[in-house]
Design a protein around this ligand. Structure first.
Ligand SMILES: N[C@@H](CCC[C@H](N)C(=O)O)C(=O)O
Length: 321
Protein backbone atom coordinates (compact mmCIF):
# COMPACT_ATOMS: atom_id res chain seq x y z
CA UNK A 1 0.00 0.00 0.00
CA UNK A 2 1.33 3.47 -0.82
CA UNK A 3 0.87 6.48 1.42
CA UNK A 4 -1.04 9.30 -0.30
CA UNK A 5 1.05 11.82 1.66
CA UNK A 6 4.08 10.74 -0.38
CA UNK A 7 2.46 9.75 -3.67
CA UNK A 8 3.76 12.75 -5.56
CA UNK A 9 7.08 14.58 -5.47
CA UNK A 10 5.41 16.85 -2.94
CA UNK A 11 3.74 16.13 0.36
CA UNK A 12 -0.04 16.19 0.46
CA UNK A 13 -1.67 17.56 3.58
CA UNK A 14 -5.01 18.54 5.05
CA UNK A 15 -5.43 21.43 7.47
CA UNK A 16 -7.87 20.99 10.32
CA UNK A 17 -8.72 22.42 13.70
CA UNK A 18 -10.74 21.77 16.84
CA UNK A 19 -11.88 25.05 18.46
CA UNK A 20 -8.99 26.74 16.60
CA UNK A 21 -6.29 24.41 17.93
CA UNK A 22 -4.92 23.76 14.43
CA UNK A 23 -3.07 20.88 12.85
CA UNK A 24 -1.35 19.78 9.67
CA UNK A 25 -2.69 16.30 8.88
CA UNK A 26 -0.72 13.73 6.86
CA UNK A 27 -2.10 10.53 5.38
CA UNK A 28 0.73 8.02 5.85
CA UNK A 29 -1.43 4.94 5.64
CA UNK A 30 1.54 2.79 4.62
CA UNK A 31 3.73 4.04 7.46
CA UNK A 32 6.54 5.12 5.14
CA UNK A 33 6.97 8.80 5.98
CA UNK A 34 10.11 9.82 7.89
CA UNK A 35 8.49 12.55 10.00
CA UNK A 36 11.61 14.10 11.54
CA UNK A 37 11.40 16.90 14.16
CA UNK A 38 12.88 19.27 11.56
CA UNK A 39 10.14 18.39 9.03
CA UNK A 40 7.47 18.88 11.71
CA UNK A 41 8.85 22.33 12.57
CA UNK A 42 8.95 23.30 8.89
CA UNK A 43 5.36 22.16 8.30
CA UNK A 44 4.07 23.90 11.44
CA UNK A 45 5.87 27.17 10.64
CA UNK A 46 3.17 29.85 10.17
CA UNK A 47 5.23 31.92 7.74
CA UNK A 48 7.43 29.54 5.78
CA UNK A 49 5.28 26.43 6.04
CA UNK A 50 1.60 25.46 6.31
CA UNK A 51 1.27 26.52 9.94
CA UNK A 52 -0.23 24.73 12.89
CA UNK A 53 0.00 24.08 16.62
CA UNK A 54 0.88 20.51 15.76
CA UNK A 55 1.32 17.89 13.04
CA UNK A 56 -0.73 14.69 13.04
CA UNK A 57 0.23 11.65 10.98
CA UNK A 58 -2.20 8.81 10.25
CA UNK A 59 -0.07 5.68 10.57
CA UNK A 60 -0.89 1.97 10.82
CA UNK A 61 -0.82 1.13 14.53
CA UNK A 62 1.11 -2.02 13.70
CA UNK A 63 3.98 0.10 12.31
CA UNK A 64 4.65 1.85 15.66
CA UNK A 65 6.85 0.44 18.49
CA UNK A 66 3.86 0.80 20.86
CA UNK A 67 1.51 -0.74 18.29
CA UNK A 68 1.50 -4.35 19.56
CA UNK A 69 0.42 -3.27 23.07
CA UNK A 70 -2.37 -1.11 21.62
CA UNK A 71 -3.66 -3.84 19.32
CA UNK A 72 -3.61 -6.30 22.23
CA UNK A 73 -6.03 -4.00 24.07
CA UNK A 74 -8.23 -3.41 21.01
CA UNK A 75 -7.48 -5.09 17.65
CA UNK A 76 -9.84 -2.62 15.95
CA UNK A 77 -7.54 0.33 16.77
CA UNK A 78 -5.75 -0.13 13.44
CA UNK A 79 -4.99 3.58 12.89
CA UNK A 80 -2.59 5.47 15.12
CA UNK A 81 -2.60 9.20 15.81
CA UNK A 82 1.10 10.12 15.63
CA UNK A 83 0.94 13.54 17.29
CA UNK A 84 3.81 16.06 17.24
CA UNK A 85 3.96 19.54 18.77
CA UNK A 86 4.95 22.49 16.56
CA UNK A 87 8.50 22.46 17.99
CA UNK A 88 8.95 18.88 16.73
CA UNK A 89 8.51 17.18 20.11
CA UNK A 90 6.36 14.08 20.52
CA UNK A 91 3.31 14.26 22.81
CA UNK A 92 1.34 11.39 24.28
CA UNK A 93 -2.10 12.76 23.57
CA UNK A 94 -4.07 15.60 22.01
CA UNK A 95 -7.77 15.97 22.81
CA UNK A 96 -8.64 18.40 20.03
CA UNK A 97 -6.36 16.47 17.70
CA UNK A 98 -8.08 13.12 18.24
CA UNK A 99 -11.44 14.60 17.18
CA UNK A 100 -9.88 16.12 14.07
CA UNK A 101 -8.07 12.81 13.44
CA UNK A 102 -11.42 10.97 13.54
CA UNK A 103 -12.94 13.43 11.06
CA UNK A 104 -9.87 12.97 8.82
CA UNK A 105 -10.14 9.15 8.93
CA UNK A 106 -13.78 9.50 7.83
CA UNK A 107 -12.81 11.86 5.01
CA UNK A 108 -10.13 9.40 3.84
CA UNK A 109 -12.63 6.54 3.94
CA UNK A 110 -10.43 4.70 6.43
CA UNK A 111 -13.04 4.59 9.19
CA UNK A 112 -16.55 5.63 10.07
CA UNK A 113 -17.20 7.29 13.40
CA UNK A 114 -20.53 5.88 14.62
CA UNK A 115 -23.21 8.21 15.84
CA UNK A 116 -24.34 7.17 19.28
CA UNK A 117 -25.55 8.20 22.64
CA UNK A 118 -23.40 7.92 25.73
CA UNK A 119 -22.99 4.26 26.62
CA UNK A 120 -24.31 2.91 23.31
CA UNK A 121 -21.00 1.19 22.73
CA UNK A 122 -20.72 2.30 19.08
CA UNK A 123 -17.30 3.89 18.82
CA UNK A 124 -14.22 4.23 16.63
CA UNK A 125 -11.03 3.06 18.40
CA UNK A 126 -7.90 5.16 17.79
CA UNK A 127 -4.37 4.20 18.83
CA UNK A 128 -2.43 6.91 20.69
CA UNK A 129 0.69 7.03 22.86
CA UNK A 130 -1.63 7.36 25.87
CA UNK A 131 -3.48 4.16 24.89
CA UNK A 132 -6.67 3.42 22.95
CA UNK A 133 -9.16 6.31 22.72
CA UNK A 134 -12.76 5.72 21.61
CA UNK A 135 -14.67 8.31 19.59
CA UNK A 136 -18.36 8.65 18.74
CA UNK A 137 -20.28 11.32 16.89
CA UNK A 138 -23.08 13.26 18.54
CA UNK A 139 -26.28 14.31 16.73
CA UNK A 140 -25.02 17.92 16.58
CA UNK A 141 -21.91 16.81 14.66
CA UNK A 142 -19.55 17.09 17.63
CA UNK A 143 -17.13 14.28 18.32
CA UNK A 144 -17.07 12.85 21.85
CA UNK A 145 -13.94 11.03 22.99
CA UNK A 146 -13.48 8.77 25.99
CA UNK A 147 -10.15 10.25 27.11
CA UNK A 148 -9.49 7.39 29.51
CA UNK A 149 -8.35 7.46 33.13
CA UNK A 150 -6.91 10.57 34.76
CA UNK A 151 -5.22 11.32 38.05
CA UNK A 152 -4.01 14.13 40.28
CA UNK A 153 -0.24 13.70 39.95
CA UNK A 154 0.49 15.07 43.44
CA UNK A 155 -2.37 13.20 45.15
CA UNK A 156 -5.69 14.49 46.47
CA UNK A 157 -4.29 15.78 49.78
CA UNK A 158 -1.79 18.14 48.15
CA UNK A 159 -4.48 19.20 45.71
CA UNK A 160 -6.85 20.31 48.43
CA UNK A 161 -4.12 21.82 50.62
CA UNK A 162 -2.82 23.85 47.65
CA UNK A 163 0.68 22.47 48.17
CA UNK A 164 1.15 20.57 44.90
CA UNK A 165 3.15 23.01 42.73
CA UNK A 166 3.58 26.77 42.49
CA UNK A 167 3.45 28.79 39.26
CA UNK A 168 4.71 32.24 38.34
CA UNK A 169 2.97 33.77 35.32
CA UNK A 170 4.17 37.00 33.67
CA UNK A 171 1.60 39.75 34.16
CA UNK A 172 0.30 38.30 37.44
CA UNK A 173 1.54 39.83 40.68
CA UNK A 174 2.37 36.73 42.75
CA UNK A 175 3.39 33.10 42.60
CA UNK A 176 0.23 30.96 42.83
CA UNK A 177 -0.48 27.42 44.03
CA UNK A 178 -1.56 25.07 41.27
CA UNK A 179 -2.59 21.49 40.68
CA UNK A 180 -1.01 18.81 38.49
CA UNK A 181 -3.49 16.73 36.50
CA UNK A 182 -2.50 13.87 34.22
CA UNK A 183 -4.96 13.05 31.43
CA UNK A 184 -2.51 10.98 29.40
CA UNK A 185 -0.25 14.04 29.10
CA UNK A 186 0.83 16.42 31.87
CA UNK A 187 -1.00 19.58 32.94
CA UNK A 188 -0.73 22.18 35.68
CA UNK A 189 -3.94 24.10 36.43
CA UNK A 190 -3.97 27.45 38.17
CA UNK A 191 -7.17 29.19 39.31
CA UNK A 192 -7.35 32.97 38.88
CA UNK A 193 -9.67 35.39 40.63
CA UNK A 194 -11.57 36.78 37.65
CA UNK A 195 -11.69 37.38 33.92
CA UNK A 196 -9.56 40.53 34.33
CA UNK A 197 -6.67 38.51 35.77
CA UNK A 198 -7.09 35.94 33.02
CA UNK A 199 -6.82 38.61 30.32
CA UNK A 200 -3.88 40.25 32.09
CA UNK A 201 -1.72 37.12 32.05
CA UNK A 202 1.15 37.26 29.57
CA UNK A 203 1.46 33.84 27.95
CA UNK A 204 4.02 34.90 25.36
CA UNK A 205 6.44 33.52 27.96
CA UNK A 206 6.12 30.04 29.46
CA UNK A 207 4.79 30.07 33.04
CA UNK A 208 7.44 28.96 35.55
CA UNK A 209 6.37 25.86 37.47
CA UNK A 210 8.17 24.90 40.73
CA UNK A 211 9.31 22.20 41.23
CA UNK A 212 10.16 22.03 37.53
CA UNK A 213 8.26 19.04 36.09
CA UNK A 214 10.34 16.36 34.36
CA UNK A 215 9.49 16.40 30.67
CA UNK A 216 7.75 19.78 30.84
CA UNK A 217 4.06 20.50 31.18
CA UNK A 218 1.08 22.25 29.68
CA UNK A 219 -0.26 25.05 31.91
CA UNK A 220 -3.92 26.11 32.11
CA UNK A 221 -5.13 29.34 33.69
CA UNK A 222 -8.78 29.03 34.70
CA UNK A 223 -11.57 31.16 36.09
CA UNK A 224 -14.55 29.24 37.48
CA UNK A 225 -17.77 30.88 36.25
CA UNK A 226 -20.28 29.02 38.41
CA UNK A 227 -23.02 26.53 37.65
CA UNK A 228 -26.11 26.59 35.43
CA UNK A 229 -29.03 24.37 34.45
CA UNK A 230 -28.82 22.60 31.09
CA UNK A 231 -31.92 22.02 28.90
CA UNK A 232 -32.26 18.51 30.37
CA UNK A 233 -32.29 19.93 33.91
CA UNK A 234 -28.76 18.74 34.73
CA UNK A 235 -26.42 21.05 36.62
CA UNK A 236 -23.44 22.03 34.48
CA UNK A 237 -20.33 23.88 35.59
CA UNK A 238 -18.67 26.52 33.45
CA UNK A 239 -15.04 27.65 33.39
CA UNK A 240 -13.02 29.99 31.19
CA UNK A 241 -9.48 28.95 30.30
CA UNK A 242 -6.30 30.07 28.61
CA UNK A 243 -3.48 27.65 27.95
CA UNK A 244 0.26 27.62 27.38
CA UNK A 245 1.03 24.36 25.63
CA UNK A 246 4.24 22.43 26.05
CA UNK A 247 6.08 22.43 22.73
CA UNK A 248 3.92 25.17 21.22
CA UNK A 249 3.22 28.32 23.32
CA UNK A 250 -0.18 29.92 23.87
CA UNK A 251 -2.84 28.23 21.73
CA UNK A 252 -6.51 29.05 21.25
CA UNK A 253 -7.64 25.73 22.73
CA UNK A 254 -6.36 22.51 24.25
CA UNK A 255 -8.67 19.52 24.67
CA UNK A 256 -6.62 17.66 27.26
CA UNK A 257 -6.14 21.03 28.96
CA UNK A 258 -9.91 21.56 29.08
CA UNK A 259 -10.27 18.14 30.74
CA UNK A 260 -7.54 19.01 33.25
CA UNK A 261 -9.14 22.40 33.95
CA UNK A 262 -12.59 20.91 34.57
CA UNK A 263 -11.17 18.13 36.74
CA UNK A 264 -9.15 20.60 38.82
CA UNK A 265 -12.09 22.97 39.35
CA UNK A 266 -14.31 20.00 40.22
CA UNK A 267 -11.71 18.83 42.74
CA UNK A 268 -11.52 22.28 44.34
CA UNK A 269 -15.33 22.52 44.44
CA UNK A 270 -15.56 19.30 46.46
CA UNK A 271 -18.54 17.00 47.08
CA UNK A 272 -21.63 17.72 45.02
CA UNK A 273 -19.76 19.47 42.19
CA UNK A 274 -21.19 18.82 38.70
CA UNK A 275 -19.93 15.99 36.51
CA UNK A 276 -20.39 18.03 33.33
CA UNK A 277 -18.43 21.19 32.53
CA UNK A 278 -18.43 23.62 29.67
CA UNK A 279 -14.96 25.00 29.10
CA UNK A 280 -14.71 28.31 27.25
CA UNK A 281 -11.45 28.81 25.41
CA UNK A 282 -10.44 31.64 23.04
CA UNK A 283 -11.32 29.40 20.07
CA UNK A 284 -14.76 28.20 21.22
CA UNK A 285 -16.31 25.90 23.81
CA UNK A 286 -15.84 22.20 24.58
CA UNK A 287 -17.69 19.92 26.98
CA UNK A 288 -15.99 17.77 29.61
CA UNK A 289 -17.85 15.02 31.43
CA UNK A 290 -16.79 12.68 34.20
CA UNK A 291 -18.04 9.23 33.18
CA UNK A 292 -19.38 6.57 35.53
CA UNK A 293 -16.33 4.46 34.60
CA UNK A 294 -14.13 7.13 36.21
CA UNK A 295 -12.80 8.10 32.79
CA UNK A 296 -13.13 11.64 31.47
CA UNK A 297 -14.93 12.44 28.20
CA UNK A 298 -14.20 15.39 25.92
CA UNK A 299 -16.68 16.59 23.28
CA UNK A 300 -16.39 19.35 20.74
CA UNK A 301 -16.25 20.23 17.06
CA UNK A 302 -13.71 19.15 14.46
CA UNK A 303 -13.23 20.92 11.13
CA UNK A 304 -11.19 20.07 8.03
CA UNK A 305 -10.68 23.36 6.23
CA UNK A 306 -8.15 22.88 3.42
CA UNK A 307 -6.25 20.35 1.35
CA UNK A 308 -3.00 21.01 -0.43
CA UNK A 309 0.40 19.87 -1.52
CA UNK A 310 3.72 21.09 -0.19
CA UNK A 311 6.71 21.49 -2.46
CA UNK A 312 9.35 19.78 -0.37
CA UNK A 313 12.14 21.44 -2.37
CA UNK A 314 10.81 24.87 -1.35
CA UNK A 315 10.15 24.01 2.29
CA UNK A 316 13.01 25.07 4.55
CA UNK A 317 13.68 21.96 6.57
CA UNK A 318 16.41 22.78 9.10
CA UNK A 319 19.02 20.49 10.54
CA UNK A 320 17.64 17.14 11.62
CA UNK A 321 17.40 16.70 15.36
N1 LIG B 1 -3.54 20.65 22.00
C1 LIG B 1 -3.60 19.34 22.51
C2 LIG B 1 -2.44 18.91 23.37
C3 LIG B 1 -1.19 18.73 22.52
C4 LIG B 1 -0.02 18.15 23.27
C5 LIG B 1 0.56 19.06 24.32
N2 LIG B 1 1.10 20.27 23.78
C6 LIG B 1 1.63 18.29 25.08
O1 LIG B 1 2.83 18.45 24.81
O2 LIG B 1 1.26 17.51 25.98
C7 LIG B 1 -4.96 18.98 23.07
O3 LIG B 1 -5.95 19.44 22.46
O4 LIG B 1 -5.05 18.20 24.00
Amino acid sequence: MTSPATLTNGLRFTKGHGTENDFVLLDDRAGLLDLTPALVRALADRRAGVGGDGVIRVAPTASLPEGAAILAVDPSAVWFMDYRNADGSVAEMCGNGVRVFAAYLERLGLAVVPEGQLGSGATLAVGTRAGVRRVRREPNGWYAVDMGPWHLSGGAEAALAGTDVAVAVAGLDSVRPALRVDVGNPHVVLALADAGELEGADLTRAPEVRPVPDGGTNVELVVPLGEELADDGAVVGRVRMRVHERGVGETRSCGTGACAAALAVRTWAGDGAPDVWLVEVPGGTVRVRLLASGHVELAGPAALVADGEIDLDALTVGACS
